[in-house]
Design a protein around this ligand. Structure first.
Ligand SMILES: [Zn+2]
Length: 315
């Protein structure tokens, strides 16, 4: 799809969203379909025979073989939440349709919930995005760069190595026409050969060819069987002026806008992977804005419970 067609495609309008997911029964039906597209399957014994019982408002499936009872939300990202699904769906809507990120504070106001609830919603949804993105493997032409989150500016290089800065690899895959397909933002311990090697083996296919600025550790991408094409950058040859780094520079600029414009002093060191995954998830699905919500719902139904205590531990 041409760049303009991506930018100007219709998203899921608020009206369409409310028509599809405006009521609790609509959201329950959508979650049930996302969780069991071909009908209920018992998580214990895999039987499909069941009956439905109601515990108050909670729709509960009882397996006819092992008698186990499973609520619609049990074992999904919605596990244990007392919020209506309509509120959850609204959170998913705001976190997927915006071009920039939506902070927990903004969500609090948009959804009419308290801050802590908004934080929990946001982090559970971001965790779903993160787990979905963990298996992304880039296979074509890939521009990579070393970048930092936090401090003065995100995605920039000012004050390399200063405190509260989380190093991450920024990688952009482009197609034969030179258009960006997918991005990867991967927090790492530091820019060492070992870290790059582990990242390359996880995130790059042997068919990929990697364009880097010649930082020594980037040589380790070859351990994944990739072709490495370093472009030496120096005081008289800045990467921002070099066409071969156009997309990684552009996307780091967009990341900076998305993060710096939204958040003020979040705990980079603990949650960087989730905030980066949020931008990455949206970017990698930008070709089809209408399907982001159902796809994220499918992921949420299959991610498993992620209690707040786990979410507050470092990633
Ligand atoms: Zn069963």
């Amino acid at each position: 799809m041409a760049i303009n067609r991506i930018q100007f495609q219709p998203g899921l309008s608020l009206n369409e969203f409310l028509n599809k997911y405006g009521t609790e029964p609509q959201c329950e039906a959508a979650l049930e379909k996302a969780r069991w597209p071909r009908g209920f399957i018992c998580p214990g014994c895999h039987s499909t025979r069941h009956c439905v019982v109601w515990h108050g408002r909670a729709k509960t499936f009882q397996c006819s073989c092992c008698r186990r009872q499973i609520t619609l939300r049990a074992g999904t990202i919605f596990h244990g939440s007392k919020l209506p699904l309509t509120t959850w769906f609204q959170a998913i809507y705001f976190l997927t349709q915006g071009k920039n990120n939506t902070s927990a504070l903004e969500l609090m106001r948009l959804l009419g919930v308290c801050y802590r609830t908004a934080w929990r919603l946001k982090h559970k949804i971001m965790q779903t995005m993160h787990e979905r993105e963990e298996t992304t493997v880039l296979a074509q032409r890939v521009e990579i760069d070393d970048a930092y989150l936090g401090g003065e500016r995100s995605g920039g290089k000012v004050g390399r190595g200063s405190e509260n800065k989380i190093p991450f690899i920024a990688a952009v895959e482009t197609n034969a026409d030179g258009h960006p397909l997918r991005v990867l933002f991967s927090p790492i311990q530091g820019f060492s050969g070992n870290e790059i090697e582990a990242w390359a083996k996880r995130s790059l296919a042997p068919t990929a060819s990697i364009i880097s600025d010649g930082l020594a550790c980037f040589r380790s991408v070859e351990s994944a069987g990739c072709l490495h094409l370093p472009e030496i950058v120096g005081p008289n040859r800045k990467s921002t002026d070099m066409g071969c780094f156009h997309w990684v520079n552009t996307i780091l600029g967009n990341l900076k806008t998305a993060i710096d414009g939204t958040y003020h002093g979040f705990k980079f060191e603990k949650y960087a992977h989730r905030y980066l995954a949020e931008v990455q998830y949206r970017f990698n699905r930008r070709f089809d804005l209408q399907s982001i919500l159902p796809r994220l719902l499918h992921a949420a139904a299959n991610t498993g419970k992620r209690p707040e205590t786990c979410l507050r531990m470092a990633g």
